[in-house]
Design a protein around this ligand. Sequence first.
Ligand SMILES: Nc1ncnc2c1ncn2[C@@H]1O[C@H](COP(=O)(O)OP(=O)(O)O)[C@@H](O)[C@H]1O
Ligand SMILES: N[C@@H](CCC(=O)OP(=O)(O)O)C(=O)O
Length: 377
Amino acid sequence: MGRRGVSDRAGLIRAARRIVVKVGSSSLTTAAGGIDPARVRRLVEVLAAAKGAGAEVVLVSSGAIAAGLAPLGLTKRPRGLAAQQAAASVGQGLLAHRYQEEFARHGIVTGQVLLTVDDVTRRAHYRNAHQTFAKLIELGVVPIVNENDTVATSEIRFGDNDRLAALVAHLVHADLLVLLSDVDGLYDGPPGRDGSTLVPLVRSEADLAGVTTGTTGASGVGTGGMTTKVDAARIATGAGIDVVLTSADQAAAALAGSEVGTLFEATGKRRPTRLLWLAHATSGQGTLTLDAGAVRAVVERRASLLAAGITGVGGSFVAGDAVDVLDPSGAVVARGLVNFDADELPALLGRSTGDLKAALGAGYEREVIHRDDLVLL
Ligand SMILES: Nc1ncnc2c1ncn2[C@@H]1O[C@H](COP(=O)(O)OP(=O)(O)O)[C@@H](O)[C@H]1O
Ligand SMILES: N[C@@H](CCC(=O)OP(=O)(O)O)C(=O)O
């Protein structure tokens, strides 16, 4: 249930100390012309003013692929992953440089942070990313974040930056996530279609019941459209972070607390950050089927998953991958980061950890999924 009305929005936004702002490719670039320097300048002016007023700002910026098209002689976003990665490699440097110059006009230093899915799921990476952000913010730097497109493979790619921004908002303990696009908010149907109207406030899933979201708009450079923005809002609000979705043109009004765009009110509380991606977005690279006792242990007692309770292994995965955990009927009950390769597991199933240690050595005493790496669905 919601806690506030639309009229409280100004207070809510003014109270936000740490803000993650995500801007889409469609608000910064065109496929034909690359980065639009005037749009970058206007955005940076708004962010610099927010910082000047005391907010800590983290910027998640898309646009690397679009910025890299023109220098490579391309006029539209290529379909193939390798070509997109090449464009991102060219464009990311141009984008970072543009931001650096614009923020410098306001006396603000920027730092580039390129993230992969691993950085928000694997424990050591997550801690490292968290510490880097904390230090940058402490130093007064504006971190400029994007997905590390040049190395991410299709299986482990966010693709759009909306969900990445939600995870970053949680990683840095933000109070507010602002999603800026080429559309001024969430509409109940494709914007521009007869009868579609703006949804000013989303307090719970019920407010999304009559809403149809589509993929990208006319820009030709965006990814994911409104669907990934609503997913991002779900991730952030479910983790206790309010979300404002509006157009880049309305960024100043949104940050001033004016009633523009769509406010998604926080519904939940903080959860361990690196598991958010596991819960919301990734799909398992394989499956582990449990017996009824193991389901009870994992779901009710929140215990680690041991080989003794596993009855079947599906798919091909390696240690560290995300796998779906199934109950005896095949329903997904949890997802976790597995500690063994798929081909190691069949020989271990049904055996106690003591037995495995005696037969195979101390390396086999470990849990198949540690409870800290397991999220219930
Ligand atoms: N229900 C909806 N409400 C608002 N926009 C929508 C909706 N469904 C689809 N869209 C489209 O989503 C587009 C924004 O997403 P996208 O192109 O990925 O932009 P960005 O680069 O900002 O991420 C808008 O241009 C709009 O046409
Ligand atoms: N990381 C990619 C983001 C891809 C993309 O288009 O995202 P978005 O515009 O946020 O939907 C890039 O910088 O080009």
